[in-house]
Design a protein around this ligand. Structure first.
Ligand code: DOR
Ligand code: ZN
Ligand code: ZN
Length: 431
């Protein structure tokens, strides 16, 4: 009954060697020794992890496919060891009506190599209930684009649905503060990239997170704070927890591993919202035990767009192909443990977004898996990305530890950097 054995995999943090039997897209057997004469891939004691889950990607499909599409985005995901991706709604049209949501579902059902979920946007309040019936991963709100009054209306409308498993995902930068500081620096006619960190200061994040917590408490809604950057944000979340507010958080690899000096080094290629922060206020690897997830915020743009001046160039960094190698390198350097990596990229995202069968290697789980070679060394070279966006502030970083085999639903979708055809599934599909 086993279709394929993955023989002699090392599972972590236990460090034991097992063989994993796969059939019909599931894990159906876990044995010390794989039976002979059955189809098998010998992993020679390489580390195996549950397929990574990325709660935050921008695939630009439909409408902005010159930057990325669901095929190229999920090719990048497969290469980076991600087997589930959650796409953000800021496409054209925005994913904030039943029509747009269904259209994006159809696109993903054709083009996605890996499993996927869709975050919904919020446009007209009257569309929220209908969109909610289509099982979005969350409602995503960009606080940098909304007034306090609009935010309050949106929380009230989502609260009214009364769906307790539902939650709101937030980009936390306060609109008023961002506008005020941007005007101040833009008005001075400055065009050096470093100025961008000051134009969207830490205060914009802490004020927005406080507002989000206040609204979550008032309307009894779960919130997930995207790409947090500050130690202070963690303190606000901790206080919210004490008040019984359900708040989770994620951090990106760039906010974790880079600081604002990269705006000087890489110019607009390091421009992202929220901006990279200075060393004294930013989060780092020591804070990871207080953060729930690492998400890529894979946000591809064209090189031509990135060559505009600092104010006009769009924010965003493509990250699907750099995240796992960068984190495995940190494990090799003893700055991070496999346990933390699994928690932040498998267990917790599955838990927060209610992904059944994902995030764990166990009997009956989905056969979404990634094998890593902890000895493989490379230098990050964006020209080799599968993503359409072939730039990265991590260009030239030395890497030790690479994904070498990705399976999604029991099918090989990547082997040694080569991508294979597959059709991923909508993760909230009802059987
Ligand atoms: O850097 C960013 N890029 N931050 C966002 O909030 C949006 C994203 C994008 O869509 O490019
Ligand atoms: Zn954002
Ligand atoms: Zn984003």
């Amino acid at each position: 009954m086993v279709d394929l054995w993955l023989k002699d995999c090392k599972i972590v943090p236990e460090n034991s060697i097992i063989s994993i039997g796969l059939a019909k897209g599931k894990i159906v057997s876990l044995k010390k020794i794989a039976p002979r004469r059955e189809e098998c891939i010998n992993l020679r004691e390489k580390v195996i992890l549950p397929g990574l889950i990325d709660c935050h990607v921008h695939f630009r499909d439909p409408g902005l496919t010159y930057k990325e599409n669901f095929r190229t985005g999920t090719m990048a995901a497969a290469c980076g060891g991600f087997t589930t991706v959650m796409d953000m709604p800021n496409t054209k049209p925005a994913t904030n009506t039943t029509r747009a949501f269904k259209e994006k579902l159809r696109i993903a059902e054709h083009k996605s190599l890996v499993n996927f979920a869709l975050h919904a946007g919020v446009g007209r309040l009257k569309d929220i209930e209908g969109v909610n019936k289509l099982n979005p991963a969350s409602f995503k709100i960009f606080m940098d684009l909304l007034s306090d009054h609009e935010l309050e209306e949106i929380f009230a409308a989502i609260g009214k649905i009364g769906d307790k498993k539902n939650h709101i995902t937030l980009h936390c930068e306060d609109k008023e503060i961002v506008e005020k500081y941007t005007q101040k620096y833009q008005g001075k006619g400055k065009i050096n990239s470093e100025i961008y960190a000051d134009a969207r200061p830490p205060l914009a994040e802490t004020v927005a997170v406080n507002k989000a917590v206040h609204l979550a408490r008032k309307y009894d809604l779960k919130i997930h704070i995207c790409h947090i950057t500050l130690q202070e944000t963690l303190d606000i979340i901790k206080e919210a927890g004490k008040l019984g507010v359900q708040v989770t958080s994620e951090i990106t690899p760039h906010h974790l591993l880079l600081n604002s000096s990269y705006l000087q080094k890489c110019g607009n290629l390091a421009k992202t919202n929220p901006p990279l922060r200075s060393g004294d206020v930013k989060l780092d690897l020591n804070n990871l035990d207080r953060i729930d997830a690492i998400s890529t915020d894979h946000a591809p743009h064209t090189t031509a767009e990135k060559e505009e001046n600092i104010w006009n160039a769009p924010p965003g960094i493509p990250n699907l192909e750099t995240t796992l190698p960068l984190l495995l390198t940190q494990i090799n350097e003893n700055n991070l443990s496999f346990n933390q990596l699994k928690n932040l990229l498998c267990d917790k995202p599955a838990d927060i977004f209610h992904l059944e069968g994902k995030g764990h290697i166990e009997m009956g789980a989905d056969a979404d898996l990634v094998v890593v070679d902890m000895k493989k060394e490379e230098v990050i070279n964006p020209s080799q990305f599968k993503s359409k966006a072939k730039y990265s502030p991590f260009k030239g970083f030395k890497i030790k530890g690479m994904p070498v085999l990705t399976l999604c639903g029991g099918e090989i979708v990547m082997e040694e950097g080569e991508v294979f055809k597959n059709q991923g599934e909508f993760v909230y599909k009802k059987e």
